[in-house]
Design a protein. Structure first.
Length: 349
């Protein structure tokens, strides 16, 4: 609010100073006699203009809802303000001249008196002043509305991201605990190792709750812990290969996205094949884009997965959309008769 008041007064002082100096300049270049008196009249005229425009601006601001009126009502308000400002300005100016300067013209009719004593000038300047004032507020309201809309969209996105994360973590924990449960009776030592790996994953998961993106290196650490858990369960049936460009390790990615895609590859691919298979994880740069690819042995056959509409896949698509809009793409497909490919392409942040 104080910033707006400061801008208003700076605009008032700058505008009226320019008006005053321009008039003094023209009076000087025209070599008018009584230049000293003309300057005095111009000072009085300018001071009256500042006072009356500020008065009616204050009155207008009392009606805080005027900005929500339709165009016709605002046009009526504008015309009333122009007429009122110019009339009050005219009478105040003449009152000062009559009783302070003693400049009372005689022998002229009313219309000539209006012209000579500044009514047309006050009307014209009032018109220009209010045009500038309304345009300024129109632009300012639009800018404020855009900022408020962007803030609202950002808040909505943050809430949506938090909701998605809150849904993802229980989904992941449930699957990890199932893996550990299968090891408790068979191999307690490995079960203890698995619990340690799970605690590492949970620690990392809780650390990223407050961020929208993490480095690929951090995400890969979570994935490696998860795959270590799954390798205890699948043993030789699970093979993992990596092809990671070192230049991509510091690039930002949505948290838990890679882990979700790898989990999906094992759940819907490796776990359904008796002989098991391979999970291949690649990260590379393509121009100004970051491409992440996960390939796994298997085929997309389920109705809710074949088109990429499983919960994990849908949450991946939502987070990419919230963070990058249409600049990011995600697709999952059968690469050939034995391999499924999930590919994420994101712009470089």
């Amino acid at each position: 609010m104080l910033k707006q008041v400061s801008k208003y007064w700076w605009g008032q002082l700058l505008g009226w100073s320019v008006y005053f100096l321009v008039n003094v300049f023209f009076n000087f270049t025209l070599n008018k006699p009584n230049l000293h008196a003309a300057v005095i009249y111009m000072i009085i005229f300018t001071m009256c203009g500042i006072a009356t425009t500020h008065l009616f601006r204050t009155l207008l601001n009392k009606f805080k809802g005027w900005g929500s009126y339709n165009f016709e009502k605002q046009l009526v308000i504008f015309l009333v303000l122009v007429m009122s400002t110019s009339l009050v300005w005219y009478f105040v100016y003449n009152l000062v001249l009559d009783y302070m300067v003693g400049n009372r013209p005689k022998g002229k009719n009313f219309l000539l008196n209006l012209v000579d004593r500044g009514y047309l000038a006050s009307f014209a300047i009032s018109f220009i002043w209010w045009v500038i004032y309304f345009i300024w507020h129109y632009v300012d309201r639009n800018r404020t509305a855009q900022v408020d809309r962007l803030k609202l969209e950002t808040t909505v996105k943050e809430l949506e991201l938090k909701t998605i994360k809150a849904q993802l973590n229980p989904h992941f924990i449930f699957n990890a605990l199932n893996s550990i449960r299968a090891l408790v009776d068979e191999n307690p030592q490995r079960a203890r190792t698995a619990i340690t790996e799970l605690s590492n994953i949970l620690r990392s998961s809780m650390a990223i709750e407050k961020v929208e993106t993490v480095s690929l290196e951090n995400e890969l650490n979570i994935v490696k812990d998860y795959l270590a858990l799954e390798h205890i369960r699948f043993e030789e049936r699970l093979q993992v290969r990596y092809e990671i460009d070192p230049d991509t390790l510091e690039l930002q990615v949505p948290p838990m996205m890679l882990q979700t895609l790898v989990e999906n590859a094992i759940k819907h691919g490796i776990s359904r094949i008796v002989s098991g298979g391979t999970v291949f994880i690649a990260s590379r740069l393509k121009g100004m884009e970051h491409e992440i690819m996960i390939e796994n042995t298997g085929q997309l056959v389920e109705k809710n997965v074949v088109n990429g509409h499983g919960f994990g896949l849908e949450s991946t698509r939502q987070r990419l959309s919230l963070l990058f809009g249409n600049r990011a793409t995600f697709e999952i497909r059968n690469k050939d008769e034995a391999t499924v490919e999930a590919r994420v392409v994101m712009p470089l942040l």
